[in-house]
Design a protein around this ligand. Structure first.
Ligand code: SAH
Length: 393
């Protein structure tokens, strides 16, 4: 497959997504999922990838050596590398009870996510070509990790973007228990890996939950978009906060959150409210509520570049309202998982909020996603999570 003149640079720099517009010509009739070699218009080899005529990402690149095909040995080596690096990080520590083992482009496997919760693996496929190789991947994971079972989770919109027809279900072994229990930094979490968001839990916020816990001793904490209570429970159990109010609009999430409060024996210090965050903040402001810490972890606000302006307006309103219920000298923890919104945009948004509210804001920690969601320097899109811990005067 030949790249158009002057369009090859990103791929020589190992960006793995070749969009349709960069391709000059395809030799022969290629079935979806076929392995292709990408060459420049001068005929130089660039990389090896998998073709999908149904996707805007026409080719996902995986290999950078001309003579190494994308066969079973190749995927086996990639999986080994992803597993080994995580074992290295946790060396000496008690092994984690849940982790992301494969983070798509962050581990050189565009379109594949593997999360481990205890003895179970959760698989997500967002590439048609890899989904055709699912049996091989499952078999490799079985041999390497000997899980009790592997369950497939699918994302919405894959049929439109990849032509991918998959449904959730058991791939091998036994079904994961519902709920499944894990422990994170001394906090017990019950997780619904089959129906919960993502693969059931926001593993990407693990280190941020621990970081926030270091600031909140004795605090009254407002945990907005609390899901199953991750930040709030860490604040109580690890951080010694005094009281937490968690707000989320999802009843199934709050049911697990309440069960988590009980199993961590903090039910009397944490209260969950089913509400829309904007409405809840308005009510709290009107009632003159004040918190020592406010955590904002909203869902992704845009999936398209065209939506970034509106998303930033959304972040602005949320943060503006959050500051109104924060006591002078309080802590604002503000997150964004919209990959299309840059760090500089969030900093600017916070500057605007600060001026409008007449409350100086300083960023104490500018954080990202947990290290088992590594950012590939060749694919900036792998950096998607921001978590700013701020002091608000
Ligand atoms: N902080 C959580 C993850 C938050 S995910 C953790 O550490 O685990 C975002 C959450 O926002 C989801 O639980 C979703 O149910 C909730 N949500 C989305 N829109 C909402 C709204 N308008 N009001 C309240 N909650 C909302």
């Amino acid at each position: 497959m030949t790249v158009k003149p002057r369009r090859a640079l990103p791929f020589f720099h190992r960006h793995p997504w070749v969009f349709a517009g960069a391709i000059a010509k395809v030799e022969g009739e290629l079935a979806p999922g076929t392995e292709v070699a990408l060459v420049s218009n001068k005929g130089e080899f660039i990389g090896r990838g998998l073709f999908n005529p149904n996707s805007n990402i026409r080719v996902r690149l995986y290999g950078w050596e001309e003579d190494v095909p994308l066969d079973r040995d190749f995927w086996s080596a990639r999986l080994d590398a992803a597993i080994a690096v995580r074992r290295d990080w946790t060396k000496g520590e008690q092994s984690r009870s849940a982790e992301r083992l494969v983070f798509s482009e962050g581990d050189g496997m565009s379109g594949l996510v593997v999360d481990r919760y205890g003895d179970w693996l959760l698989l997500q496929l967002t590439s048609l070509a890899l989904s055709q190789r699912v049996d091989e991947i499952v078999e490799l994971l079985q041999v390497k990790l000997k899980p009790a079972g592997i369950w497939l989770r699918t994302e919405k919109g894959m049929r439109e973007s990849e032509g991918l027809e998959l449904s959730d279900g058991l791939l091998t072994g036994s079904e994961p228990p519902r709920p499944l229990f894990i422990e994170e930094a001394g906090v017990r979490h019950s997780i619904d890996v089959c129906q919960g968001h993502k693969t059931g839990f926001y593993l990407d916020q693990r280190e941020n939950r621990a970081a926030v816990a270091r600031y909140v001793k004795g605090h009254r904490v407002l945990d907005l978009f609390c899901y199953t209570g991750g930040f709030g429970l860490a604040a109580l159990v690890c951080g010694g906060a005094q009281e937490v109010i968690g707000v989320d609009s999802s009843e199934p999430a709050l049911t697990l959150a309440r069960a988590n409060a009980e199993s961590n024996e903090v039910s009397d210090q944490i209260h969950f409210e089913k509400a829309k965050v904007f409405e809840s903040l308005e009510k709290m402001k009107a009632a003159g509520e004040q918190f020592d810490t406010v955590i904002l972890d909203p869902p992704k606000m845009t999936r398209h570049r065209a939506g970034t302006k509106q998303a930033l307006r959304g972040y602005h309103s949320l943060n503006r309202m959050a500051v109104d219920v924060l006591r002078p000298g309080g802590l604002l923890v503000t997150c964004s998982c919209s990959g299309l919104i840059d760090r500089a945009d969030i900093d600017q948004m916070l500057a605007d909020v600060s001026l409008q509210a007449k409350r100086p804001i300083r960023i104490l920690e500018s954080r990202g996603q947990a290290p088992d969601h590594p950012v590939s320097v060749h694919c900036p899109e792998t950096s998607y999570l921001q978590c700013n811990i701020c002091h608000v005067e």
